[in-house]
Design a protein around this ligand. Sequence first.
Ligand SMILES: [Zn+2]
Length: 312
Amino acid sequence: MRIIRSSTIWTAAGLALILGGGLAAIGAQVHPWGALVGGVAAGVVLYVSLRTPYRRWRWAQQGVPESWRRWMQRHVPPYAALDADGRARFEQDVRFLMEEFDFEGVRGVSATEELCLSVAAGAALLLHGHPDWELPGTRSILFYPAHFDDEYSGGRDAGYDGMAHEQGPLIMSAPSVRASWMHPGDGNNVVLHELAHLFDFDNTGPDGVPSFVDSRSAEAWQSLIRTEMRKVERGTSMLDPYAATAPSEFFAVAVEHFFEEPHAMKQQHPELFEAMATLFNWTPTHPSERSEQLADKRSEQSDEAPDEEGTC
Ligand SMILES: [Zn+2]
């Protein structure tokens, strides 16, 4: 994620110049002070265009609290494995996402800093390899108290632990969000799963071909999905059986395993691993590769979590 894109600068400057200059020229013919109208219009264009970049610049100066850093060190192994520059960029993305997401707890759930950070860290993982990317789709995140059904109610038959909407909020069960990062190497991560769906809501609908797959590669990607889905159906895949239910679910499940078990995926599904690494433009480190180092660091650290009582 960028503080500001060069395209934003050029667009804002061009619009301010054209609109402001035009209005100034017209205003000057009508009234001696009429040119000021153009100046005001240019100012409004620049304010609207540069408001978000200015906010991001402020957040980037402030950095992240040490408690966030410790939590990510403990629970997000790919972050812990990054070098100093990579961590700094990751932390900046997390800060932007924490500020720009609209988090809300539902039916008594408190949107704690830990829950919010769980989502922001997941989004930062998906975006890390492409500094120019922004998360597509909704910024509204709802935390439910437990699993829910098609009517968004809890109960014995409630089977969903998360749901992404093409137009609407992203809903996740709070216990499932916490569980996602308690065991970050088991291949199950509702945060990564639901966020992955956001990349698949594009002009062609949720079809397992995310929006960032270009048209030349789409056919090869779909062919790979079909091959890998057959392995899931035959029970010869490391991916969760849910991946066989639809191409869109295959992509979301593959994202979970890629970021949680990249080493195992590389060993067992090398073609899928390479395709995922190309799509996301980086290779997260397997937790077990760093287990000893992480264990050492964990023993040195207090168990302090982000503010569990405070909300974000
Ligand atoms: Zn899904």
